[in-house]
Ligand binder design. Structure first.
Ligand code: FES
Ligand code: FE2
Length: 437
């Protein structure tokens, strides 16, 4: 049983909070590139409980600085984007992309006061549709060579969505391979040919069995969890009646991402990013090993379910997630429609803003969650002791971290490790970009 103190320790993220200190050692998704595509590329960003503003100046340089003007606190998200920086509309103080105040037009001529004024600012980097921020101490770590970063921009589509709960319970649904047989159960199977851009709608491995049927018919997976240099590798085995084994490999990427198969063509790498203790965004990078991603189609599919500018889902607690008792009887396990994102959203939001883990009872299938929390607590202890060098992907060498293998495969016999690796290598071998591992 978990104490309140430990639950607070592993969930809270504001400045000075233990889990927040661990997350600050890693690049965090701050915004989608899409959000800066308008005529005025300025967007407010709340990240790890800190209020910031992200902008792109006329020269294309990105800046991520504190949202409240260092003069008297007005909101720089309403700033004038001009002169290669952001100018506060209150008294005209002007800040460059690094947060340095470069002009105070109302102060006496010749005043050098601005030289000592600096807004909070963080390094940013744009990669494959996401703008990343580093809010931690020292130099930012290198990015690992994951598929979602190595693939060309044409083969990666990024999107995000708001969930009204703590980041940890959002992440934990992604390292729980058992729930797919229940939460995402469809009582009828769709034609896998209509599966583009959707999760669990393809056929399983190299079979004609729809994933929906396989998950429904085999609800008791054998789950093993192995620690890796990037986090955890989760293997879920479903032993079919005909002697074959379905192998599904998913991953936890420390500290707060998962990498899972979406279809035979694509994987999803998804970060669960705290806005504050009680709200988070999922940021997904859909990476194709086959054809370039049809971004317009995938964006339209998802914009039908989300409102802008905050990417809040249209189905939510205020409208009971679209719950329909008749549908629950006939078509889906949840009665909340066919979009599996809504199912996950209901599961994690309905726990309460911060799940009260004092009252949970973990079973055998929760092994991924147990191992992850152990890893997180060890990282918290290391950071508190002042030595983060042992944390995953903090000490260079990240260019050697590739993949990770993330797929569904069918093994004809009990040699499922070989079958899973062979399916992965086959896909990588046929890929138009360098997906070698
Ligand atoms: S509050 Fe921003 S310039 Fe005065
Ligand atoms: Fe799920």
């Amino acid at each position: 049983m978990m104490s309140q103190e430990m639950n607070d320790q592993i969930t809270r993220v504001g400045p000075g909070a233990p889990a927040g200190a661990v997350l600050r050692h890693y690049w965090q998704p701050a915004a989608l590139s899409d959000e800066l595509m308008g005529a005025r590329p300025v967007v407010p960003v709340t990240l790890l409980g800190e209020e910031l503003v992200l902008f792109r100046d006329e020269g294309g340089t990105l800046g991520l600085i504190g949202r409240h003007c260092p003069h008297r606190g007005a909101d720089l998200a309403y700033g004038r984007l001009e002169d290669n920086g952001l100018r506060c509309p209150f008294h005209g103080w002007h800040f460059d992309c690094s947060g340095q105040c470069v002009e105070q037009p109302g102060e006496p001529e010749g005043s050098r006061m601005h030289e000592n004024i600096r807004a909070v600012s963080y390094p940013v980097r744009e990669m494959n549709g996401i703008i990343w921020a580093y809010m931690g101490p020292g130099d930012p770590p290198q990015f690992a060579d994951f598929d979602c970063f190595r693939a060309p921009e044409s083969h990666v589509f990024a999107f995000k969505g708001l969930w009204e709960c703590n980041w940890l319970q959002a992440m934990e649904v992604g390292i729980d391979p058992a729930h797919a047989s229940f939460l995402h159960r469809f009582l009828q199977d769709e034609d896998p040919a209509d599966s583009y851009g959707k999760q669990f709608r393809d056929s399983a491995g190299n079979t004609q069995i729809p994933m929906t049927k396989l998950l429904r018919d085999y609800p008791r997976p054998d789950i093993t969890v192995d620690e890796t240099d990037y986090g955890l590798k989760l293997t879920a085995l479903r032993h079919l009646d005909d002697g074959r084994t379905h192998v599904r490999v998913t991953n936890q990427i420390f500290p707060q991402a998962i990498c899972i198969p979406m279809s035979r063509e694509m994987t999803i790498t998804q970060w669960h990013v705290p806005v504050d203790d009680e709200t988070c965004y999922w940021y997904s990078m859909f990476t194709s090993f086959g054809a370039p991603v049809d971004k317009a189609k995938m964006r339209d599919q998802r914009l039908e379910e989300h409102r802008l500018p905050d990417y809040a889902p249209l189905k939510n607690a205020r409208n009971n997630y679209g719950y329909d008792a008749e549908e629950q009887g006939k078509l889906t396990y949840t009665g909340m429609g066919l979009d599996i994102n809504v199912h996950d959203q209901w599961a994690v939001e309905s726990m309460g803003r911060i799940q009260d883990r004092r009252f949970e009872h973990l079973g055998k299938t929760d092994v991924g969650i147990v191992k992850y929390r152990r890893m997180l607590r060890a990282a918290i202890a290391a950071v508190e002791a002042g030595d983060a060098s042992g944390l995953k992907m903090q000490n260079g060498g990240t260019e050697a971290i590739r993949g990770p293998l993330s797929n569904d495969a069918i093994a004809p016999d009990d040699n499922w490790v070989a079958a899973s690796e062979a399916a992965d290598l086959e896909r990588r071998g046929q890929c138009s970009w360098d997906a070698s591992v």
